[in-house]
Design a protein around this ligand. Structure first.
Ligand code: SF4
Length: 505
């Protein structure tokens, strides 16, 4: 399909251009499978206007509206003409793949602007060549024989892979071995092994840095909600004119899940599996492998074994107390047994006695001593990262047991295939303040869309978010027969005490 639209750079023209593209005579009308949909055009124009006005927009649009094109087209035109970065977040991998493998390639052919796009993956998806080298050198202490064979497989793959990311494996590697060789924020040292380094000259440019360069230069990024909020949590200073990147704007598709994902990220969570995993990175009593085996230090080994034992006792007790609590809940009508729980709300502090935080702290102090004595800088960094993680887990346990965070909800969750992993969770009851401050209060647009997007105020009614907003309701498009059911714009300086709750319906 060849475009016949001339590029433009004026504000009004982008809105007009979007309207034209989705019209009955627009560029899409030349495609065999195109069907003119006024709802799609209506949504696309609303998105274009919101982007131009640096305003936020909520769009509920049912299946069949063609939402992805309706936000991608204005986003691309706006990003390309204003030198901005469009950050497109979805909840499911299926939708990310659809955007990157189908929609964006089509739009690249059709639209009258040059633009680049890429999928943004978490850094732990990428091989760290420096850590790989170190793990190869320390393989005897870190890995069992089968794990060493897996490490060798990763090494062979590293010489052939195109992008050094997990998705380039035919068979994904053992997660435990991969965790020793993937890129880690706290261990990343671009000065030592980045672009211009001697390491890069001898070992090739780091895969993660190469991906990062592509990310920084791309006009459109596609990522998932979880990664978005993880990255948001790691942004120390609000970037100029943006949220994650300088001059970006954000579009959330499948936005009915944003509230839940955001709450998980602001909250705390600690599981039996995470504790075991972090400890075994130091020392695995069964295989006698780990960082402490590399260092051949005996005293911290005993402390790791102690915390592992305490952790088993702790979670066994948590489970039995939860069983009691679940059993004491009212039985279903008919008197049958109470349903086996996967999530259980905990309404009181000190669910069980704290036998964890002190042993973890003792272990952390012993590891700190090792770090001071360590002559090998890279091993010292690995230990520092382990200690940081142990601190996070310790704090999460303390927060959960004391229920010290105000206006949080606390619950225990069974996870994993066999439901054997127990997780202690705490999350804020209301993420509105966080979303207002970190998203809607920024100096850029946030567009949220979903087939099922409801807004709810403190009184529980589900009227539009704009009803009593303090200022500047800029537009509302009323229900259309079969498509866009609500389009409402929230002002950029949205700062009221109103509670905004989104939920899938
Ligand atoms: S820059 Fe970071 S990810 Fe890349 S090789 Fe160095 S430490 Fe590893």
């Amino acid at each position: 399909m060849i475009s016949n639209i001339e590029p433009t750079d004026s504000a009004a023209d982008i809105v007009a251009q979007v309207e034209e593209i989705f019209s009955e005579t627009g560029v899409f009308s030349k495609a065999r499978n195109f069907e003119y949909r006024p709802e799609q055009q209506q949504m696309a124009v609303a998105v274009a206007k919101a982007l131009e006005g640096r305003e936020s927009l909520l769009v509920e649009a049912g299946t069949g509206v063609g939402k992805s094109f309706a936000y991608l087209v204005p986003a691309i035109l706006f990003a390309a003409s204003r030198k901005k970065k469009a950050v497109i977040c979805t909840h499911t991998i299926n939708l990310q793949e659809q955007l990157v493998e189908k929609d964006l390639p089509v739009l690249k052919q059709v639209l009258p602007v040059e633009f680049s796009y890429t999928m943004l993956k978490g850094r732990q998806n990428y091989l760290c060549t420096r850590r790989l080298q170190k793990a190869m050198a320390q393989a005897d202490g870190l890995f069992t024989s089968p794990e060493q064979a897996e490490l060798q497989r990763i090494y062979e793959w590293s010489k052939e892979t195109k992008d050094g990311s997990l998705s380039d494996f035919d068979t994904e590697p053992d997660p435990k071995v991969w965790s020793h060789v993937c890129s880690e924020r706290g261990l990343c040292t671009p000065k030592i092994c980045g672009h211009q380094s001697d390491f890069a000259k001898s070992s090739g440019i780091c895969f993660f840095q190469r991906a990062r360069s592509k990310i920084l230069s791309s006009d459109v990024l596609v990522l998932n909600h979880t990664l978005f909020f993880t990255l948001l949590g790691s942004v120390d200073e609000e970037p100029e004119g943006g949220i994650l990147f300088k001059n970006d704007f954000v579009i959330f598709d499948e936005a009915h899940t944003v509230e839940q994902v955001a709450a998980r990220h602001i909250g705390v969570s600690v599981s039996s599996g995470q504790i075991r995993y972090s400890l075994q990175r130091l020392w695995n009593p069964r295989t006698e492998k780990g960082l402490l085996a590399v260092l051949r230090k005996g005293e911290p080994v005993k402390l790791v074994a102690d915390v592992l034992k305490q952790s088993d006792d702790f979670f066994t007790l948590v489970e039995s107390v939860c069983e009691e609590l679940a059993g004491s809940q009212p039985k279903k009508p008919g008197g049958g047994p109470s349903r086996a729980w996967t999530e259980l709300r905990i309404r009181r502090p000190d669910l069980v006695q704290d036998n964890m935080t002190l042993p973890i702290q003792r272990l952390r102090e012993a590891v700190s001593d090792l770090i001071k004595l360590s002559e090998d800088k890279e091993t010292g960094q690995e230990l520092t990262e382990c200690n940081r993680r142990l601190m996070e887990l310790r704090e999460a346990i303390a927060t959960f047991l004391s229920q010290s965070a105000d206006d949080y909800v606390y619950w225990v969750e069974r996870t994993g295939k066999a439901q054997k992993n127990l997780a202690l969770n705490a999350a804020p009851i209301d993420v509105a303040e966080f979303l207002r401050y970190r998203l809607f209060g920024t100096d850029t647009s946030v567009i949220m869309t979903s087939a099922t997007l409801a807004t709810q105020n403190v009184m529980g009614d589900t009227s539009s978010v704009t009803d009593d907003a303090p200022a500047k309701t800029i537009s509302r498009v009323t229900r259309h027969a079969s498509g866009v059911s609500a389009v409402a714009s929230a002002p950029r300086n949205f700062r009221s005490d109103r509670r905004l709750t989104m939920s899938g319906r």
